[in-house]
Structure formats: structure tokens, C-alpha cells
Design a protein around this ligand. Sequence first.
Ligand code: CTP
Length: 380
Amino acid sequence: MVSRLRKRGASVTVVMTEAATKLVAPMSFRTISDSPVHTQMFEEPRRWNVEHIALAEWADAMVVAPATGNILAKAANGIADDYLSTLLLAFDGTKIVAPAMNTRMWENPATRRNCHTLLEDGFAIIEPDVGRLASGAEGAGRFPDPSVVVEEISSHMHRDRSLEGKTVLVTAGPTREHFDPVRFVSNPSTGLMGYSMAMAARERGARVHLISGPTSLAEPRGVHMVRVTSAEEMKDACEGLWDRVDILLMTAAVADARPLRYSENKGKKNRDDLLGPVEATPDILANLGPRKGERFIVGFAAETPGDDALENARGKMQSKNADMMVLNEVGGEHSAFGADDNRVLLLSGDNCEELPREHKRILARGIMDRVVKALPGAKK
Ligand code: CTP
């Protein structure tokens, strides 16, 4: 991260807690940052009270990465008992934390509370990933790829609050259409694109409602989350919020078919009609589109390669009354489903712009930039 930030032209000074110096030698950061590393409050020369104030005034942004549960708790409560926490208290520029910890610590109500306090106090949070943790366990709390962290630091530093006062509804993930308690019709969407869109909207100051089908992703902080299972439930949740919505980002991969019959008991697999007849699920976007009013609507089209992908996506944009359509390739070698990165074509009116392959969290920011620029009244 330090060298990536320097490559982007930033001057970086590293402050380490005592615990951090047990994991990485301060000399490594001294070399990479080409700047003295601060570790202790009372280090020589004894100019600490001047020094930490001078450092607080020098920096444009302060990033705590990785941020432990302990530093989040201290920062949320204004505790200043070492160099890092004192500096945080003295600093009034852009404050960013990138939490990384064990899943139970991340999900703990105290950590949730602290994150909300930090967001209210104007801190930015770089959400941790779900994945393999240092302990070997799988779960939410993993430090994201440094390229993602650096990209998010940069966008927080160029703080764009263009969606302040706006309400953004994001749908994410697959839906599941059950035909018995343990079997369902669905698709391989992980929800990462939708969750990333929600984070990108929140970052710009929007009030965000995230309606999510079943995923294994962690709940982004500072977002109102509604969990649903089926297309019908997602439709009801969208309808319930529709009056308040300014922008709809319909990222969900809604299952297209649902079984007509539901069995309370697990059906036997050798039955010929295990799944039975199916019917189409409600098309949520096509239902909301005609009631668009002043809202801005973005659809996400999933098309297999070849076919008439572009034409189909344009057709969907028109028939569902969307202002913008994000065309994703699915099913082929570069399927958007299940991958951390993606490339998309962005359609609006007659325009078509390619956004090259990036991590979905970075790509979501690129899409949000275009949405903000396309909003009525935006500076072109
Ligand atoms: N969509 C929806 N409700 C559905 C199906 C899709 O709201 N039942 C939305 C998706 O969330 C997406 C857009 O419509 O924003 C396009 O979805 P896509 O799956 O690409 O298209 P479909 O309309 O389902 O058409 P097809 O599956 O035939 O390509």
C-alpha cells in the first residue's frame, strides 16, 4: 500500500503501534516510505507533543490499515493512549479506517456500534472482504487486496458528496425459488457487484437501502439492509421503498423461473416430476420502470457471449424504461458470476462505453461516476 500510494505521487509517513512493530520491522517502512517511522509517544527526541500535532497538520488524510477492533473502539470513543490514537484525536483531515479482524470480532455488536459512531463522526470505512482469515478460518474480516484499498483511499480523499440527500435503492445477489425446503431454482450470482455498488453510493453521501438475496457477503456498514430469498419477496421489498427512492441500481440476478408447486417435505429424487412445472417470476424492473417518475434507473443485463448481447441489452433498457444498462458477460470463460473482477459495457441512450476489467469494488466506483454525471442537473 505504501509503495502504491507513493507511485501515485503521495508522500507517506508511517505510524506503527507497538503491536504492529512485532509483525513488521519499522525499518521496512522506513525504507519503503523514505520517511521516519513513528512508533512511540515518548521516543527521542522528546518533542512528542509538538511532533504529533505537526504530523496531524501535515497530512491530508490519515488511514488506519489494517484497523483492529481495538483501534476502532478507541477512535470511536476519543481515547488517546498511544501515538496512533493520539494522532487520530488530533487530526481533522480525511480519516479512513480499513478494518481487518476475526469474523466474530467484526460481527460483534460493540464493533458494529463503533463503526456506526465512526461513520457519524465523518470517518470513512473501507469494508473488509469475506475470505480466508489469518486464523485459517473463512469469514468476513479479511483485509482487501491492496489495489482495492489504495483505490478507495484515493476516492475518499477526493471526497465527492454528490449524492448527499439522495436515497439509493440497490438490489443484489441471486434469488432462490424453492420447490421444497432444501431445493431451489437459482443462479451463481455472489452479490459482490451489488454490495460494491451500495458501498460506492454510500461513499458519495447517499442514504442506501440494500435489498439482498442470499449471499455469504458481510453487511456493509452504514447501509439499511433488507434480506430476502425469492423474487416475490424482492419485489415486495422494492415496492415498499419505491416512494422514497431517487436512484435504483437493479444489480440483482433475479431468478427467471419459479416452481408452481411447493412441497413442505423434501421430495424424493427418483420422482419424474421432482421440480414440476415452472412459471416466470415477476419482472421487478419491468414493473417499476413504468412508474419511474423523476427517478434514475440503472439495470444490469446478463448476456452470454456471442448472441446479440448489445442489441438484447439495448432492448432491455428500452422495455424496462432504464436510463442506463450495464452489460455483463455471463456463462462464458470470463463470466461475471462468481468472479472478483469484471469488465462491462455501459449503455445509455445511443452511447456505449467499455469499462475495462477491474476488481468489482473498483468497477462499481467507475459505474457510480457515470451515474452521477448522467443525473439531471449534474455538471457535464
Ligand atoms: N430483472 C428483474 N426481474 C426479473 C428479471 C430481471 O428486475 N425477474 C432485472 C435485473 O435485475 C436486471 C435487468 O432486469 O437489472 C436485466 O436482467 P437480465 O437477467 O439480464 O434480463 P431478463 O429480463 O431476465 O431477460 P433474459 O433472462 O431473457 O435475458
